[in-house]
Design a protein around this ligand. Sequence first.
Ligand SMILES: Nc1ncnc2c1ncn2[C@@H]1O[C@H](COP(=O)(O)OP(=O)(O)OP(=O)(O)O)[C@@H](O)[C@H]1O
Ligand SMILES: [Mg+2]
Length: 241
Amino acid sequence: MNDQIGPAVEATGLTRVYGHGPTAVTALDGIDLSIPAGQFVVLLGPSGSGKTTMLNLIGGIDHATGGSITVDGVDVGGLDRDGLTAFRRERVSFVFQFFNLIPTLTAVENVELIANLTGADSAASESALKEVGLKAETDRFPSQLSGGQQQRVAVARALAKSTPVLLADEPTGALDRASGDGVLSLLRRACDEHGRTVIVVTHDATIAEVGDRVLHLVDGRIVSDEKNDHPLDPALRSASA
Ligand SMILES: Nc1ncnc2c1ncn2[C@@H]1O[C@H](COP(=O)(O)OP(=O)(O)OP(=O)(O)O)[C@@H](O)[C@H]1O
Ligand SMILES: [Mg+2]
């Protein structure tokens, strides 16, 4: 996003505590983070470390209990209900572990449903499906697609929505290595060819090598923040595995 001023994501003292009193859980414990536009970030950490919480705060589907978070120049914490709806529609796309496709809609209808929110026409949905290699499968229902193909539909949906920030929570978690690498390649391209800021959450350390930057989260804190100047092409991972 060349017209953008400042980073894609800026968090200061970002905190999320679930519950109250003695049973309260601190999922995020004062995160300071700046992600430049167009970076491919891998967010790594063990189960319960706060990865999904972090992604949900960036995506405006959960709220912080302390600190601040700015995404694509928008102070997410300062938005009211309508503002949040508009923010989620225009600024962020999600890819989930279990695809979240609507079973009664075909592949192209699943993409259109989301793409239309941002005013994209049907041609954008067709071309996104073509981009993920599913040109021949556009009229199939999710149940007629493999897991890897379903996740590629979910990625097509995120591509067609054409938002500056793309968030993926364990996008390869339900896939075998080759299918997972296919999905990572698509996300990598969204970054390299379309300039999207991509944040991928995973507990699979081997995925780290495809990112420009790797953040390690432990107990709601960033314990390491590493740059990777030579990210590996995901398509080459399977070949070398
Ligand atoms: N809605 C909630 N209510 C209470 N506690 C929650 C809630 N959501 C998450 N937590 C707690 O917050 C902490 C961080 O959870 P989070 O889902 O962000 O972890 P994660 O790193 O995504 O884990 P996983 O790899 O298992 O998906 C955990 O201790 C979890 O139990
Ligand atoms: Mg999670």
